[in-house]
Design a protein around this ligand. Sequence first.
Ligand code: GDP
Length: 195
Amino acid sequence: MKLDARFVTSAAKFDQCPTWDLREIAMVGRSNVGKSSLINALTGMKGLARTSKTPGRTQSLNFFTIADDLALVDLPGYGYAKIPADDAQRIARLMRDYLTRRANLALLVLVIDIRRGPQREELTLAEIVRTRQRQMVIAATKADKLGRSQRAVALRRFAPLRAPVVQCSARDGEGLEVLRRGIVEFAREAPRPPL
Ligand code: GDP
């Protein structure tokens, strides 16, 4: 299966989000979790998520179409230590606006380092999405870094999220096909958003 992603636009503010009737798959995760690598690996297009890392776009929502009826939204990474407080607050507000108000949101892909597990921020995001009765899938990244028994221990920490967890690795390709199929299937179960 192939996801043919094309960059469409960035939104630095919620009201700059595109007006369309596509179902949106939102990817969110703390910085350095491997979100860009995962998006590149899922779409098979090197440098695609780098689009989201170009100056001026790192603090925006970045929209890509991936099928006639689906879009992928790369949300800004959170949890940078070095970001000014004003910027961090603005990003947090943008993410919250998107997750609480965007009618097109069909599915949240919450990207979490398998070694780290969910922290307070991830539990909060999961709660927001659950309250809105949207679907959520967890991408547990960098699975190549753990052996089998370490994984079993690590995965127990994901239970409070109450969502399917896909162990994946952008490095060796593990879980990518499962994730691709899963996100497309889940997203298409969501109601078609109004135009
Ligand atoms: P982002 O900030 O969440 O977009 O993270 P990046 O995709 O830029 O990745 C952050 C770091 O993690 C980089 O050094 C990547 O090479 C590394 N990384 C990303 N995915 C994987 C993975 O699946 N396995 C391993 N071992 N390292 C990874």
